[in-house]
Design a binder for this molecule. Structure first.
Ligand code: DX5
Ligand code: ZN
Length: 218
């Protein structure tokens, strides 16, 4: 069954601990934390101290999605803060292989993220080294945007490449995923589903249960 990773970007930050407990007890699998620097993307969010605090209140694996320039400066610090998965943008780095090795050496799963306009074939020579690829299905920077439909084609292409190379790389999909399109995204090849606004807006517990119901059909 594909895994559900609620993104705290759309949570109420004044009640963050409480809302994380709600998603966890409703059955969420992974906690997605969006780190933005106001440079790689036009928005600023949270950093290392927030990951440290969250680490103390949840058993869920913490998945840090770095939308920052020079990710190599911070990856190890995020692992030390408690991240179990760390991903950085292909577009924000030059020495991809080196950064991946650093994340793994520090003890976390390493992922690479591609923007909607970055083609899958750019990953050809790095795919065998990453634990997962995060496919952005919106332009990174904000929650609540509309799913870009051509992402489905990209996910399928990536899945084919992974199968052709006989790799066990997981595909994570992030942006605009709702209960009513999640099955299409999974059928295209997603293993981990990130959802922010569709989880944290409205009844959080019901939203998680609805996603889990839909994912259980897969
Ligand atoms: C956007 C972030 C996402 C965001 C998704 O740059 O990477 O994780 O929280 O939000 P929704 O699910 O609302 O599109
Ligand atoms: Zn994200």
């Amino acid at each position: 069954m594909p895994l559900l990773a609620p993104s705290i970007l759309s949570a109420d930050f004044s009640r963050l601990g409480e809302q994380i407990s709600i998603v966890e007890s409703a059955g969420a699998d992974i906690l997605h934390v969006d780190v933005m620097d106001g440079r790689f993307v036009p928005n600023i969010t949270v950093g290392i101290p927030v990951v440290e605090s969250i680490r103390k209140i949840t058993e869920m694996p913490i998945d840090v999605h770095l939308m920052i320039v020079e990710p190599e400066k911070y990856v190890v610090d995020f692992v030390k803060a408690g991240a179990n998965l760390v991903s950085f943008h292909f577009e924000a780095a030059v020495h991809h292989h080196r950064i991946i090795e650093e994340i793994k050496k520090a003890g976390a799963k390493a992922g690479i993220v591609i923007n909607p306009s970055t083609p899958v074939f750019f990953l050809e020579n790095i795919l065998e080294y990453v634990d997962f690829v995060l496919v952005m299905s919106v332009n990174p920077g904000f929650g609540g945007q509309k799913f870009i439909n051509s992402s489905l084609k990209k996910i399928k292409k990536l899945k084919e490449l992974i199968e052709k190379e006989k790799l066990s790389t997981l595909i994570e999909v992030d942006g605009g995923v709702k209960a009513d399109n999640v099955n299409e995204v999974v059928q295209a090849g997603a293993d981990i589903i990130v959802a922010g606004s569709a989880i944290f807006k409205g009844n959080i517990k019901e939203n998680v249960l609805e996603f889990k119901r839909r994912l259980s059909y897969e």
